[in-house]
Design a protein around this ligand. Sequence first.
Ligand code: NIG
Ligand code: FE
Length: 406
Amino acid sequence: MSLTAVVHDAAEVVTIAEDGELGVYEEAAIAVEDGEVVRVGPTGPVTREFPPENATHAVDATGKAAVPGFVDPHTHALFAGDRSDEFEAKLRGKTYQEILEDGGGILRTVRDTREASDERLLDNLVGHLDTMLAHGTTTVEVKSGYGLDTETELRMLEIIDRADDQHPVDLVPTFMGAHAVPQDRETDDYVEEVVAEQIPAVESQGVARFCDVFCEEGVFDVAQSRRVLEAGRDAGLTPKVHAEELSHIGGTKLAAEIGAASADHLLHATAEDIAALVESDVVPVLLPGTAFGLGAAYADARAFLDAGADVAIATDFNPNCHSQSMGFATSLACVEMGMTPAEALVASTANAASALDLADDVGTLQQGAPGDVAVIDAPSYVHVPYNFGVNTVETVLKAGEVVHRA
Ligand code: NIG
Ligand code: FE
């Protein structure tokens, strides 16, 4: 047994219990042994049993709050190119769909990603992971889906796997060949390619854990989405669905029927959809940054919470939603979606981990959970959403190792 870390004298340590309730310990400490949390409690007793001077990493958190490292359960963080001009076009009134119809949007990123070298792509992804880590994210889901052909989809998953090996942030890879229909292709014909060619290749590569689909008007309808997700499931990939983002076509019910790990976006979800998700234990992943960036109406987080759903939030970091910060997502969740800071913290840690089917109490700081900790440069976790537009994270530990200091 080796004492990896002791975070001591924190103004506050926040843990998350199985029922989703916060455990807030004042003047507290966390001891991490062999990468796992062994004790959380008042600094005196914890440091007597686990003296900081015996630890590989002793972190003095006087006056600061320590929370579970954030889990970002929905990103498209691997891409090449720059779409900042589309941000300006949207500000002038162009819609996301109009940009896509003009060959911009996802299809433009597909062109740039196909042309980029592996080294360029890896470098881009690692740069974004560095930013995420500095903002307290210790686990992140990353989707493929800017290849839209077997070769580039496999290349993306391979690069996600390489980044996972070399970066302290844990990566959860998702295959998303059904992210858009490539230019000059019929949708049914492309779905056939995803099912008959891409999914078998992804299965033999063995990197991806989930299979996601953009179930949206003008992209993949419910029947096409179902086909892709069933084929993915047969290949061992757990389904996820981009559902009711720009319109309402039934992706949420599909997620419930197929037993998806999560249904994501949900801006246009109805009360019936919400009931179906709760009934079938599908985690709703809300992405307030996307609504912010599009100037669209936000998902109705309160309706999900009041129905008893374990709501998660994510950044949706992608060229159309250019923020790597879970802290900013929590600010939007509180101010624009009516969540409390406590709900936003649970949504960005423990519930986000459930959306990724992560075992081992990831995102909780419970005994036995990984020692993934974000130390906030403020006395309470409330400062994460309260202090928007700046980064409140000072020190980050991954499995008890200090992996970032501001
Ligand atoms: O989650 N909705 C589809 N996919 C992304 C956007 C990707 C892009 O525009 O490049 C999303 O918002
Ligand atoms: Fe997305």
